[in-house]
Design a protein around this ligand. Sequence first.
Ligand code: AMP
Ligand code: ZN
Length: 491
Amino acid sequence: MNIRLFNTLTKRIDAFSPLDPSRVRMYSCGPTVYDVAHIGNMRAFLLPDLLQRTLRVVGGFDVSWVMNITDIDDKTIRDSAVGSEKWRPEMGTQTTDALANLKMLTAFYAEEFHRDLASFNIVKKHFAAQPLATDYIPQMQALINDIMSSGYAYVSEGSVYFNVSAYAKRHEYGRLFAIDKENFREGVRIDADEYDRESVSDFVLWKARKDGEPYWDYDVNGTNLPGRPGWHIECSAMSKEILGLPFDIHTGGVDLRFPHHEDELAQCTAGYHEHDQATFWVHNEFLEVEGKKMSKSLGNFYTMRDLVAKGIDPLDVRYAMLQAHYRSVYNFTFDIVQGATTARKKIQDYVYDVKERSSFVEREAEGADPVAARVLRTTVFTELADDLHTPKALAALFSFMSQHSAAMLSPEEALSVLGVLSDINDVLAVFEISDRPVVIIPDNVSAIAQARWAARTAKDWSESDRLRADLTALGWTMNDGKDSFTLEPTL
Ligand code: AMP
Ligand code: ZN
């Protein structure tokens, strides 16, 4: 199926096709590993996962997906210098070697990051590479040399800066994010990795060594400039080295459009003479909490760990995020996650029912393509192919489920529907194709449930409530039907 995506570069929805028909090459800006991921970051990692899954399953492409790990920047340097019990395996391991300390901090948080990804069903086998910035210093230095040779970079006090005004005279600066040339502060240099569009200045490519910081030697025309890379140069050099330029898709959160992605693009044009670093730029909108920007000072800042500690299943959070389109601001609330738990369970129950029904197939019919399965595939995949419209895809799935109960399907139909559900889950990754787990109910639990049902039938509500509390304490949930009840282990 043809896939259409909103492209920040063209500012419209474009039909997607890869430059090399045999595979899609995609680069995602990954985490800065100085702390554990917050739920906003998870939204930015979910987008490329959803995209690469859609490209493979709906588009039929092979995908080479690269997500870098920023292990050297202002924040990792700052925190590795301080040291922390959290990441120091044992007290006293911190050394006087700044680079060794940086590696210790970032290795610890990279491991935590992988754990968070796995909990979100973002799995290792889908990545072609997860490069560390510190492994690509020579490539970054070579790119800076090339930018200097092109006349768009200069040395000042041991650092190297990108000359934005010189570049903007010959090339467009502001291709991803509208920038008013009035805001160009010619000749002003900025060393911080992050800055706003009101202060477009010459940004740093290579930062001169500061006391106590990790550094690399860098020979520029016979002069050594010990220092370390700026943040933006990292992604330009790594994406070129691993994927080659131009590649197909570059992803990140909307905040990265400027300056990070604009600067990546300018560096690639200036140094590699590639007009387009990537042909498609795909950005996710931000996540807010209870309608407000997430921030530690507002007390509405959550990491994945915080949610797990509250007993929330990360896959319910994944599902909740899929209920919104990636280009709209996502409002995270605990009520929404609760709703996601219920919805996800409904789908899972449906899968169990369809799986059970399919087990009655005696002989798989050759080339059978029952209408129901075709309807399910077409309606759900059409929405995913339309700029990853997951809310509409989920609506299509629910509409199908309500119109095709498992009991209505013939075993053969159930088998083909199960195949489509499996493909849908290859994209959404929020349920599992398996048999309904066999639940063994202990005798004492069964006895309490029987007693409670009797109390309820006799309208003895206080006794009924007391017995329900007993069941809860034993880890069981009793679901009351009209004429009977079911028991299930509390999640
Ligand atoms: P960082 O680890 O800070 O470099 O951020 C990693 C990714 O998370 C980037 O793509 C950011 O754009 C993205 N990001 C940061 N905060 C949020 C948020 N509140 N909502 C969505 N994405 C975010
Ligand atoms: Zn990046």
